[in-house]
Design a protein around this ligand. Sequence first.
Ligand code: NDP
Length: 323
Amino acid sequence: MRSITFNRCGDSSVLQMIESETLSPAANEALVKVALAGVNFIDVYHRRGQYPLPLPSGIGLEGIGEIVSIGKACDDFKVGDRVFWTSALGSYAQYVNVPIDQLTVLEPEIQLTNEQFLPLLLQGMTAHYLVNSSYPVTSEDTVLVTAAAGGVGQLVVQLLKNKGATVIACASNSNRAQYAKNLGADFVGTYDQIEALVNEATQGQGVEVVYDSVGKDYFDVCLSVIKDNGMYVLCGAASGPVPPLDLGRLNAKSLAVRRPMLASYTRTHADRLGRLNDLASFIEHGKLKYPEAKVFALADTQSAHDLIESRTYSGKIGLDPWT
Ligand code: NDP
């Protein structure tokens, strides 16, 4: 089978396509034929060494496919099931062994193609848990979102608007900020306008919550614009990790900080399907827009990584391992 691996960290040129034997699934795994693998920013962190992996390593965590064999018979899955997963390392491949507890069967009632489904998985479920579970947003809240034109960001903006919150959305340039405006954000601008936008939107009071996936570059300003008892949610670190935080800095406004991870909010089959069904229902009722995934051939994985790092694209990126 063909798959992508890397044996040193670096830019996208370290990614290599190899041919290898397909491994049999262990007792707690299923072998899945990958129809479409998802490209996510966490794959870039892995490739750069920002989240270190033992090398050489496969890459990619997410995909949609069909079960071809199961390590040990179980009641929940059968050969032929259409499934998705968001945390099986080595998913940029034609086949991957996925731990059974990480698999979810796609219900046939949800009539979406793989390209339409893919954005709802890692990105969609992340956006869903961020606004519902990491901090339960209400219509009373004013919320700041960074990287708002990115994959997760544009979904967060729309889910927040569906809740009736006031949304301040920031991106790296005015075109990308305008993209968030078109998705319903109330106040939009570039990162250097964060303070001014929050002052305008809240009459100087500050926001209830910040969803920040940029990390290092705007950490201080993001922390400074939160009102009393508010929360800073560090969802990602696209610009690099934030510096160590002296908890004393939270004291003056009784702030809370959360560093959430998708896995903690999607441990069970029911968690995952609940979030997915919610998202699919929003799409069905025209309350959530998302472009179909832009799909690259596996041999062109480097271009897929270059695109996600280019800061020019707003959408989901997929890999078709069979072209
Ligand atoms: P995106 O499509 O959002 O791409 C990342 C975005 O980050 C870019 O669009 C860019 O937007 C922004 N950015 C800011 N600084 C930089 C930089 N220095 N280099 C590159 N991009 C930068 O990716 P995803 O939707 O896959 O992920 C979005 C974020 O959410 C990531 O930080 C990821 O780690 C995080 N995430 C967190 C999860 C969790 O459970 N905690 C799960 C899934 C994703 P702009 O140019 O407008 O600034």
